[in-house]
Design a protein around this ligand. Sequence first.
Ligand code: C2O
Ligand code: CU
Length: 493
Amino acid sequence: MKKLKKIATLFSALGALALTAAFIPENEKTGIAPTQQPANTNHYFSIQKQSKQTQGEAKTVRYDLTAGIFNWEIAPGKTVEAWGYNRQVPGPVLKARKGDTLVVRLTNTLPEPTTIHWHGLRIPSQMDGTEEVQKAVMPGETFEYKFVLPDAGTYWYHPHTNETVQMERGLYGAIIVEDENDPLTDGDRLFLVDDMKLTAKNEFKKPGWFLPRWMERHDGREGETLLVNGKENPIIEMAAGQTERWRFVNTSSARYFLLHLGGKAFKIIGTDGGLLERPRVDTQLLITPGERFDLAVGPFEAGETVRIESLPFDRGTGKAKRELFATVQAGAAKTSVANIPDMFQPVPSLAEPNAPANRHIKLHGKRNWTDGVDFTINDEMHLHDQPVRSGELQVWEITNPSMLDHPFHLHGFFFQLLEENGQAPAFKAWKDTYNVPRKGSIKIAWMPDERTGKWMYHCHILEHAAAGMMAHFEVVDKDTPIEKKIAQRGHHH
Ligand code: C2O
Ligand code: CU
């Protein structure tokens, strides 16, 4: 723990220097390769704001990401053979401003193909990083992703190939898109919440005989090793008297994270699609796999210790335990410049809560005598769902008659929750991932725009998606006759 503490302190001290040097966005013309992060640093615990100079006109921000295998120390003396980007877990924070063009060159040095999906970004279908829209990047190959960042907020990136292995081992990272409307805070930190299932020798544990294998497929994989930003039980130093922006991302395979800061109130200021209409005060918050929440946290008093925990939550697997993820220690006080306004931005309603659904989606499972269970959408594994037309409002009712909760994720578009178990939600927000409670339902609304092409939606419990709870569909031009397309495909069952 000492070493980690040292690293965290070092970062607050060196701060600007080290971090901006490594992460100054480069102009497209220079073509200089970004600096590689040393393997042991972890800049997630304290994020540098982009300098004033980088504000103003849109620019091109370039990163090189190399997916590879390396030893990663999750705690002093505890090392795993990780798969990650640029020899760090999580991979580098990709930072840009709204309207910038992000160019990421992915080089694959893994022994198997990979891709990068940009979770939450409203980018063209061709750049979505699934194997529906691109050929997977083979070992030794390089692929360039390039797109404009249309929305400010907290996003993340991860492979969309063999996810249950690649993401479990550490292939994921955060994306921060800044904006001049961001509230002023004294600091900015990321908390990428994850777990690993390890053996006593710190090797990735694979279920051996059929029962654990069945259970892992059914429940999703949860491990005993709890991580924040690739570190077990980190201690984070923070000055007293400060209000900071803490960005939480649940990057785990299946673990539901019911955030609790020792009972202290925090403000929820944003979620998947950016800022809320107004801050909401709470003391706990459910963050399911794939979801993001931005909080305004603090101020704390000098000498105070705050435990970042997950409270017990039963998602149908019954295993509910209260667990510690990280500890924050408040040091000497600093003056605050933070200003969290009462209003952020309007979130215009797409539809009324009672709007009739024009699509029904059923998340369920069925027995499979080889693997224990298959997961289905409308009774099919890896469903090929009907297309939707650009500009036609979608109101989807998603029912879950199964015994497990499922975090529903839609690629490429934000939706609004209209109802959960028949009740209107407490607040409006732009979401791309939302929990569908077991024996329950949600209703969502979203608007397909002109970004035609192939998209998908799925459960973000990685084992469930792999076991079939995944659907492919297309956004087609507004004049495309849909009925014909379906008849040609012959997808009537
Ligand atoms: Cu975060 Cu289809 O995924
Ligand atoms: Cu699921």
